[in-house]
Write a protein that binds this ligand. Structure first.
Ligand code: AP5
Ligand code: MG
Length: 213
């Protein structure tokens, strides 16, 4: 099963992709996570990506597409995967379609987690994540048992650099201009499914499962 998660920054793509990945035992491939991991390790890719991410802009397609095409060719992705944060532009979607077509494959589901802009600031400002194990939290909607400490590994939680209000607002503009057109692209491909992302995380997940099953 090859799944794409679409949706605005903070819509809950990562939250749902993580659950889908566990339930269906397929890898969760997040380009944002890959860039952040590269940055932590100080790689040239991480340093290049940071310049764009800090401004709320997209990393150029040529840095992004090859990375994903290589990643989905790895053994653990043979039975499928969930792409979170890719594609994000029409050229990226075209590159993915072409790479899959070469192998006689296609995307099975493009799930759009639909959340209006008015919800996004609250989601982003409360988001926390574990720098060690990657677990995600929200200070109100998914609070850790002990304040600012990861339930899973005990590390201190951090806030993402690009979750500052001014960067979030830029990311939203970029989303509407460059990523939203993919809704039309995947509608035309006959694989778009829209879920109401304003509901509780468990309810959103139930709706996604009912589509995938
Ligand atoms: P990326 O990391 O992909 O960020 P994003 O798309 O902006 O999305 P987020 O990760 O911020 O949000 P999310 O939808 O995953 O929400 P989450 O589940 O965390 O990309 C970062 C940057 O990398 C980009 O700006 C760009 O520069 C670069 N990049 C990445 N991919 C690229 C590409 N393909 N091309 C070019 N550049 C690329 O949820 C948010 C919060 O809300 C959490 O705290 C969560 O707990 C909470 N929450 C989730 N669901 C609910 C719910 N139903 N109710 C209440 N709270 C909820
Ligand atoms: Mg995410």
């Amino acid at each position: 099963m090859k799944i794409i998660m679409l949706g605005a920054p903070g819509a809950g793509k990562g939250t749902q992709a993580d659950r889908i990945s566990k339930k269906y035992d397929i890898p969760h491939i997040s380009t944002g996570d890959i860039f952040r991991e590269n940055l932590r390790q100080g790689t040239p890719l991480g340093k290049q990506a940071k310049e764009y991410m800090d401004q709320g802009l997209l990393v150029p397609d040529e840095l992004t597409c090859n990375l994903v095409v290589d990643r989905i060719a790895q053994d653990d992705a043979a039975e499928g995967y969930i792409l979170d944060g890719f594609p994000r532009t029409v050229p990226q979607a075209e590159a993915l379609t072409a790479a899959l077509k070469e192998r006689g494959e296609a995307v099975d589901f493009a799930i759009d987690v639909d959340v209006p802009d008015s919800f996004i600031m609250e989601r982003m400002s409360g988001r926390r994540s574990c720098p060690k194990c990657g677990a995600g939290y929200h200070v109100v909607f998914l609070a850790p048992k002990q304040e600012n400490i990861c339930d899973q590994c005990g590390s201190e939680l951090v806030q993402r650099d690009d979750d500052k209000p001014e960067t979030v607002s830029k990311r939203l503009d970029v989303y509407h201009a460059q990523t939203q057109p993919l809704i039309e692209y995947y509608t035309a491909a006959g694989v778009l499914k829209t879920v109401d992302g304003t509901r509780k995380m468990d309810e959103v997940f139930e709706e996604i499962i009912s589509i995938l099953d």
